[in-house]
Design a protein around this ligand. Sequence first.
Ligand SMILES: NC(=O)c1ccc[n+]([C@@H]2O[C@H](COP(=O)([O-])OP(=O)(O)OC[C@H]3O[C@@H](n4cnc5c(N)ncnc54)[C@H](OP(=O)(O)O)[C@@H]3O)[C@@H](O)[C@H]2O)c1
Length: 328
Amino acid sequence: MKPNRRLGKGGPSVGTIGYGAMGLEGYYGATDEDNAVAVIRHALDEGCSLIDTADAYGNGHNEQLVGRAVADRRNEAFVATKFGIVFDPDEAGTEVPTGWGFSLNINGTPEYAQRCLDSSLKRLGMSHIDLWYIHYPDPATSIEETVEAMAAAVRAGKVRYLGLSNVTADQVRRAHAVHPIAAVQFEYSLWRREVETEMLPILRELAIALVPWSPLGGGFLTGTIGALEEDDFRNNNPRFQGDNFTANKQRFAPLMTLAEELGITAAQLSLAWLLHQGEDIIPIPGTRSRERVTENAKSAEIGLDAEALEEISELAAPGMAQGQTLLP
Ligand SMILES: NC(=O)c1ccc[n+]([C@@H]2O[C@H](COP(=O)([O-])OP(=O)(O)OC[C@H]3O[C@@H](n4cnc5c(N)ncnc54)[C@H](OP(=O)(O)O)[C@@H]3O)[C@@H](O)[C@H]2O)c1
């Protein structure tokens, strides 16, 4: 893979393409534990050092997987995890509707943050987390209060860098004033581009990296998705449903054709395009396959000229995808 990128100006260096481990919990199809561990280790082999997990993925299981995979390679991995989505039914939180027919239970209180941190460290089997995000902001707790609690974890040596996920631009500014923020995670891909208008300029002003989640549109942009299995989590996503899905397939078909013309895969086109939007962008595609980890990592070596970049941008213009996105 091509040279590394930095998480923020003067921040730590990570692989240009990261790896998102969420899909190893079976949300988009099953896999077994040994394969999951092998895939994460292969991501490290390919230089995808930013390994993204969250305490809520698989109700803590995903952190255990990541911990197992990197146990003897701790220095090669830059491990990011998140807290704030309550997954234990006995824990309190604030209900946040997502727009996808279900609600999340969110808790960003200092007391909950402290407990989550210790639980995450235990599951990961690590003495520190490299990057710790609030997964969704808690509407009942100010972002300042949450980030102050996270900053205490940095001072205690349990966390190296702080991140925010699914926040507004205003929350980024307020959080950054409490403690430097290294990275913001938000959905960003050729089928969801809102981040370009308000968020990216502010991140650049504050020298904060953008970590696009679902950089392949949850698989849609790879052009390989057919009918989904009944238990596939993407059935909740309106963009994968009925007429929306049919319309989206038609609208994005020219993008798939362009990838073919360029001699690259559609997944590589999507990731390479994201990387060309700035040196401060570090996507974290997820896959259950080692071959696809390699394919995705190779996108960091693909050069797209101005003409290709413009054509891609036009073929996947902002607002082109049909169907409500996950909030915010
Ligand atoms: N902060 C948040 O709220 C949030 C929300 C969602 C996700 N995330 C993070 O973002 C990461 C990535 O997002 P995501 O997993 O939702 O979606 P994604 O990376 O956009 O897409 C994953 C899907 O694409 C398929 N895929 C990957 N590479 C492929 C390739 N080269 N060719 C064909 N298909 C390919 C995978 O299938 P196979 O497994 O079959 O290869 C999987 O179904 C997650 O793992 C998680 O860490 C964060």
